[in-house]
Design a protein around this ligand. Structure first.
Ligand SMILES: [Zn+2]
Length: 245
């Protein structure tokens, strides 16, 4: 379901502009019916494209129309074709401008969404810092070192209260299509997702509170991999750090 979503959401912009390959339409329409995220994105695209089209000036410029009408008078037959051709070129240029504007607008939309993601991430980090402070205040908390290529950090682990917060310095920013995903690893080597996070622009430290579905004492280590946006059921990307409990 997640893979289907990742593949199909790229088609939404083209679909909103009626520019999607007809072969790709049935799969997308079926997916949209059951995917709230794609429904919301499609509504956004449709609003943008509708707003742009409504804002366009009336297509035929009046002087040109006058010339065409004048050219249709008897004795001006040769002029009709010439005028009509140049009018079509103007229309063609207008269509080009519309496509360009739509492109720019969709690009801006993506940038706004990326900023919104960053804002949400910063809010989440502030909440996590408060959790981290309360964990630090507890005597039983362990501080475990992070091992990873070129990365420093630590994991604050409070087994009694089943809480863990990861601190990593200078974690690279990912592309908008990627996320960091935390995995808890049990003694049999089985991996369970403990959540997704991203680095925040301009912040040297990334802080993430693990959400463990089971007591943390069930696990012997944790790792972080780079995964496609939305996360994966099992790790697929490169592991960038690990912590032994
Ligand atoms: Zn979807």
């Amino acid at each position: 379901m997640i893979n289907e979503h990742n593949q199909l959401q790229d088609n939404l912009a083209a679909y909103a502009l009626n520019a999607l390959d007809p072969d790709d339409i049935p799969a997308l329409e079926t997916h949209i019916k059951t995917c709230a995220s794609c429904q919301a994105t499609l509504t956004e695209y449709q609003r943008v494209s509708a707003g742009l089209l409504a804002g366009l000036p009336p297509r035929p410029p009046r002087p040109a129309l006058k010339r065409i009408l004048a050219a249709q008078l008897p004795g001006n037959a040769n002029n009709v074709r010439a005028r009509f051709t140049s009018w079509s070129l103007a229309q063609f240029a207008m269509a080009g401008a519309v496509v360009l504007l739509l492109g720019i607008n969709l690009f801006s939309l993506f940038q706004v969404r990326s900023l919104q993601d960053q804002q949400a991430e910063m809010t989440r980090q502030q909440e996590t810092e408060q959790t981290a402070l309360s964990i630090l205040a507890y005597a039983g908390t362990q501080s475990l070192p992070v091992s990873g290529e070129g990365l420093t950090g630590s994991l604050l682990l409070d087994r009694d209260r089943n809480a863990a917060v990861l601190f990593v310095w200078d974690l690279p920013l990912l592309t908008p299509n990627q996320t960091y995903q935390v995995w808890l690893i049990d003694p049999q080597g089985k991996r369970i997702s403990a959540g997704l996070f991203n680095a925040v622009t301009g912040r040297p430290i990334t802080i993430f509170e693990l959400s463990s579905p089971k007591p943390l004492s069930n696990f012997t280590s944790m790792g972080v991999t780079i995964e496609p946006r939305g996360g994966s059921p099992q790790p697929t990307g490169p592991r960038i750090l690990s912590v032994n409990f």
